[in-house]
Design a protein around this ligand. Structure first.
Ligand SMILES: [Zn+2]
Length: 439
């Protein structure tokens, strides 16, 4: 590390140490601008405009506020999912140009949050930003307004310290990530925002996640034979067949666990008791409540996870062959096979960055220096916009951010204040080291 970088890192560390209150305040302000996503739309507008106004004062070269639908021909792009209304839902991108000859970085976070759910169940009102016992509470606290506040404050610290970075910094606050849509980040990629690397501030408990899973989502129709319910023995219940089908999912999951147990990013069995899920039915529908008959049809939804380095189509084919074989041993299903019907969800792709990529090594080294301890390096539990940045923006992307994914999407969502503060220090040190400084 050059002397100039070392001096700059010391400067940002000293300054970031004093900013705990500011990062908490910024997270709280973002929480207080609800930005819930719905099936067809989202309410990110007010929060995004608040953030844009904040960034306008942050010494950036420019702040770009644009609707995803303003990007020419985006609707024709293979990554576009045309399921939502984008009125009043702008992306916000702030660009700080470097002096040259440095690596460029994208910092990415999504502003949309999942709906609050039953408000009466919240111990603290979901949009209050209450602080209690070292945690900040509210919808989006960990997924991921805490992360957005951290990336904004990390760049703010560098700005206030008067450090001139060699590489560009691009701060992206996007709309439409939850529900697996990813159109916000897609719009940033197609608008031309690319970099040598990206950090997506999803909640990783400040672990370094060098990749994430993908999945294939299935909706399956399982047949049965209807008969008067009093003659149960002469029919064939689709619910019983669904249970048999589920046993097959479990068997395939056991095979997958064996073969993925030593995957470099998912080998920790405490964090990942099951590295690649298969037996995870989250929706079942069968029978007719007012029709006394043996149910002749059941519908289930589940997903088959795919890990970085694996071919989704290969896993998909193996899984489908396995289930066809499994069902061929069933007295009813062998002649009337379950069928896949289209699901309302889109599939996701696994992605990863080599552990020797400077993006990973620089973040790990910066964390070691600031934390005095080696961070956990692993894979992320879920897909996120890292996939979008890598597939459509050609930008290697990793995940690192405050908060525990366990607390995301739940009642009384929270983020640790100590983690918010630590993340600003570590991310600022990383940016300075990765982008370099003008000597
Ligand atoms: Zn998220």
């Amino acid at each position: 590390m050059s002397n100039a970088i070392e001096t700059a890192v010391d400067k940002v560390k000293a300054l970031a140490e004093t900013l705990e209150e500011e990062v908490v305040e910024l997270t709280r302000s973002l929480i207080q601008h609800p930005s819930e996503i719905t099936q067809n739309s989202g309410d990110e507008g007010p929060a995004q405009r608040f953030l844009a106004a904040y960034l306008e004062k942050g010494g950036y070269d420019y702040v770009d506020v644009f609707l995803p639908t303003e990007v020419p021909d985006i609707e024709k792009h293979p990554g576009w999912k045309c399921d939502q209304n984008y009125e009043n839902r702008p992306n916000v991108v702030a660009v700080r140009r470097g002096t040259g000859n440095g690596r460029s970085i994208i910092l990415n976070g999504h502003m949309d949050v999942v709906p609050r759910g039953d408000e009466t169940k919240w111990q603290y009102p979901p949009f209050s930003g209450t602080v209690k016992d070292g945690y900040l509470y509210g919808r989006g606290a960990c997924d991921m307004k805490g992360g957005i506040a951290v990336m904004v404050m990390a760049v703010e610290v560098i700005h206030r310290a008067g450090i001139k970075l060699a590489g560009d910094v691009i701060v992206e606050s996007v709309v439409a990530e939850e529900n697996g849509i990813h159109n916000g980040t897609l719009a940033c990629c197609l608008r031309g925002y690319k970099a040598d690397g990206a950090v997506v501030l999803e909640p990783t408990k400040l672990d370094v996640c060098a990749g994430h899973k993908g999945n294939q989502i299935y909706q399956v129709q399982i047949p049965g034979k209807a008969t008067h319910s009093c003659l149960w023995w002469s029919g064939a219940s689709a619910i019983d067949h669904a249970i048999y089908f589920k046993e097959g999912l479990k068997k395939f999951e056991e095979i997958r666990t064996k073969e993925t147990r030593s995957h470099p990013l998912y080998s920790d069995s405490e964090i990942f008791p099951t590295p690649a899920l298969v037996d995870n039915i989250w929706f079942v529908e069968a029978g007719k409540p007012h029709f006394l008959a043996v149910p002749d049809q059941a519908r289930i939804m589940f997903m088959v996870e795919v890990l970085p380095g694996e071919e989704r189509n290969v896993i998909k084919e193996r899984f489908e062959n396995f289930m066809a074989e499994w069902c061929s041993h069933h007295p009813f299903l062998k002649d009337d096979m379950p069928s896949v019907v289209s699901s309302p969800f889109s599939d996701t792709f696994p992605v990863s960055v080599p552990l020797e990529d400077p993006l990973v090594t620089t973040l790990v080294e910066s964390i070691e220096k600031m934390r005095g301890k080696h961070p956990v390096i692993r894979g992320f539990e879920s897909a996120c916009d890292a996939m979008t940045l890598m597939m459509w923006g050609n930008t290697p992307s990793i995940m690192y951010g405050p908060g525990n994914l366990k607390n995301a999407h739940e009642i009384d969502e929270k983020v640790s204040i100590a983690e918010l503060k630590q993340a600003v220090i570590e991310l600022a040190a990383f940016i300075v080291t990765y982008c370099g400084v003008n000597e």
